[in-house]
Design a protein around this ligand. Structure first.
Ligand code: THU
Ligand code: ZN
Length: 275
């Protein structure tokens, strides 16, 4: 069955400044489709329009389905920055995983993506505790992370026995509390970011490190991605203030934060506070 026009209207309504679907919303939307996969495909297409990809024009969408708990479905989309190093990009899979974590999800049951996960994302996903690894669904074919990334290098290689999702986050909307709950087992640079928007909303991002270091998600990238996922029409426009709080004397968020803020093309001031 073809999704009717109603699908997008209802979705726009459900996701007004909200980066996920509740279980009820999920059930009601799914009922418009003949199969679960046709629902995922339609939703991926819709979520891909959250992507900001000025460099590649390649819009990636990811859906993270909560295991147990409230049974919510979290969105993820890629974020690129014009005139900046390509390495600053946020991948859709990172986006969906951070979005779920930030909202208190204890485990992700399934990660549905509209393109095969790249090596960088496979490594990012590999940071998740083994028992909580999501099934990865690409065009209806479901595989485990072990299938996607055999002979992996991961947290245990660095003697980290409390990998990502060992602990779930408490939703607090408080920068200090997010700093404490950030995931920085390798550098000790616990950090989080708060972004204030001209419309009065506030967005948060928590730092998520990786055993291989490079697929780590910085708190600013994470918070900007939250702005994007909450503002389908306006994207990153309307940011009035960025505050980053981090553990003093460790690895540092300042350089990358200034570079990213500069690429937003306005005079947004970045404040760095230390704890
Ligand atoms: N991309 C993702 O978001 N996930 C993947 O695993 C594949 C690549 C994004 C990154 C970049 O914004 C664009 O797709 C082209 O690589
Ligand atoms: Zn990727």
């Amino acid at each position: 069955m073809q999704a009717n026009n109603n699908f997008e209207t209802v979705l726009s309504d459900y996701t007004n400044n909200k980066s996920y679907l509740t279980h009820q919303e999920l059930i009601s939307l799914k009922s418009q489709f003949d199969s679960e996969q046709s629902f995922y495909d339609a939703l991926l297409k819709w979520v891909s329009e959250y992507a900001i990809a000025p460099v590649s024009q390649f819009k990636v969408a990811a859906l993270a389905i909560e295991s147990g708990g409230e049974g919510r479905l979290f969105f993820g989309a890629n974020l690129e920055f014009s005139h900046q190093a390509l390495s600053l990009v946020v991948h859709a899979e990172q986006s969906a995983i951070h979005n779920a974590l930030l909202h208190g999800v204890e485990a992700i049951e399934k990660l549905v993506i509209n393109a095969s996960p790249c090596g960088y994302c496979r490594q990012f996903i590999n940071e998740i505790q083994l028992e909580k690894q999501p099934l990865i669904n690409v065009h209806g074919v479901e595989k485990t992370i072990q299938q996607y990334l055999p002979d992996a290098f991961g947290p245990s290689d660095l003697d980290n026995h409390t990998p990502l999702f060992s602990q779930s986050l408490t939703q607090c909307r408080d920068l200090n509390a997010y700093v404490e709950q950030s995931y920085a087992p390798y550098s000790g640079n616990f950090s989080a970011c708060q972004i204030k928007h001209v419309d009065g909303h506030q967005y948060f991002g928590v730092y998520l490190e990786n055993a291989a270091y490079s697929p780590s998600l910085s708190p600013l990238q994470a918070a900007l991605n939250q702005v994007q996922l909450h503002n389908r029409q306006t994207g990153l426009h309307g940011i009035s203030e960025i505050v980053i709080k981090q553990t003093a004397g460790k690895a540092n968020q300042q350089g990358v934060a200034n570079a990213v803020a500069m690429s937003l093309g306005s005079n947004i001031e970045v404040t760095i506070e230390e704890v």
